[in-house]
Design a binder for this molecule. Structure first.
Ligand code: SF4
Length: 325
């Protein structure tokens, strides 16, 4: 079966005085129908720009460089005209963001905003769109959905606002939902509820989900596969089970060591030393080498390719070649 989404050698550049800024630099991955892929990395690694690029929403003056490939069920997204692109944005691909308050319009009611999305994709009356809005609120588990229809965004909690955003995204029956840090602004209990909702919706609808997050801790038990991103590149990709059982890239190991665990013995959390470098100054060789506790002499000069470390498991690290993971 061909994948729903294929991304090959995605590169994004921003003009920068005196230096080349390449915040996304050769990212490749694919996503099948009904699959949940999590892209995980620290702030500044390029994961959100990667998500925006899927719908050609990279903010100017950023540009997707020639040679990049994004295909949705075989359609070349980067070659589409404006009208064809509109038929993909918000229709075949829905998107939700970290802060629903900035995505929702404060002067329109919940019913107005969901109905608008319904009517943008289906030719139905206002009454039918409002009825569909109510069904969607029920589907995303909003308490008192009839009452909520006539609420304004400021009358809702953060968790309810995110559920409304999900309802708006679902109005077009998308095949793919891109969720960029959908729970970061929420408290832990509400985070879990929203993640459970996304999981339930993808199972019920057969919808693929691309989950962008800085938090490896929320991925376990939910994602089918995980891609770990660092300095504009994917550095490790595996099934979620394999990644947690056998994390191989030193950066992934560092991320896992900095995630609190609720089971097992209590150990001190170990942060990764240093910070993500700016995209105008990606280090030579392996981009993680200035922070890597396992760096070899060649790591400062030689850029490792993606190397296999198991079935459906690969990483960009020379340790894979040396068999030292
Ligand atoms: S290639 Fe070298 S520096 Fe990079 S992660 Fe592997 S061991 Fe560390």
């Amino acid at each position: 079966m061909s994948p729903l989404l294929e991304v090959e050698n995605l590169r994004i550049t921003f003009p920068s005085s005196g230096a080349t800024s390449r915040p996304v630099d050769g990212v490749s991955f694919s996503l099948s129908k009904g699959e949940l892929l999590a892209v995980v990395g620290e702030s500044g690694c390029g994961k959100s720009l990667t998500a925006l690029a899927l719908l050609r929403l990279v903010p100017p003056p950023g540009q997707i460089l020639p040679g990049s490939v994004i295909r949705l069920e075989g359609t070349d997204v980067l070659a589409l005209g404006a009208a064809e692109l509109r038929s993909i944005r918000g229709r075949r691909v829905g998107m939700i963001f970290q802060d629903p308050m900035t995505s929702l319009n404060p002067v329109f009611t919940v019913a107005d905003q969901i109905s608008e999305s319904v009517r943008a994709h289906q030719q139905v009356s206002k009454r039918a769109a409002r009825a569909r809005a109510l069904e969607l609120l029920q589907e995303v588990g909003i308490p008192d959905p009839v009452e909520r229809l006539d609420n304004y965004p400021h009358q809702l909690s953060g968790g309810m606002r995110q559920r409304v955003m999900i309802a708006i995204a679902l109005a077009s029956e998308p095949e793919l939902l891109v969720a960029d840090e959908p729970t970061t602004a929420l408290d832990v209990t509400v985070q879990a509820q929203i993640l459970e909702l996304l999981d339930r919706l993808r199972a019920a609808r057969g919808m693929a989900v691309l989950l962008i997050t800085h938090d490896l801790g929320i991925v376990a038990g939910r994602a089918d596969r995980v891609a770990v991103m660092y300095a504009g590149r994917l550095v490790e990709e595996a099934t979620t089970a394999a990644l947690f059982a056998r994390p191989s890239h030193p950066y992934t190991k560092g991320l896992l060591a900095s995630v609190p665990r609720i089971t097992g013995t209590v150990t001190r959390l170990t942060p990764i030393a240093g910070t993500v470098p700016p995209p105008t100054a990606w280090p030579s060789g392996c981009r993680f080498h200035p922070r890597c506790p396992d760096a070899l002499p060649r790591c400062a000069t030689d850029d490792p390719p993606a190397l296999p470390v198991g079935e459906q498991h690969r990483m960009r690290c020379w340790l894979a070649e040396a068999g030292q993971r």
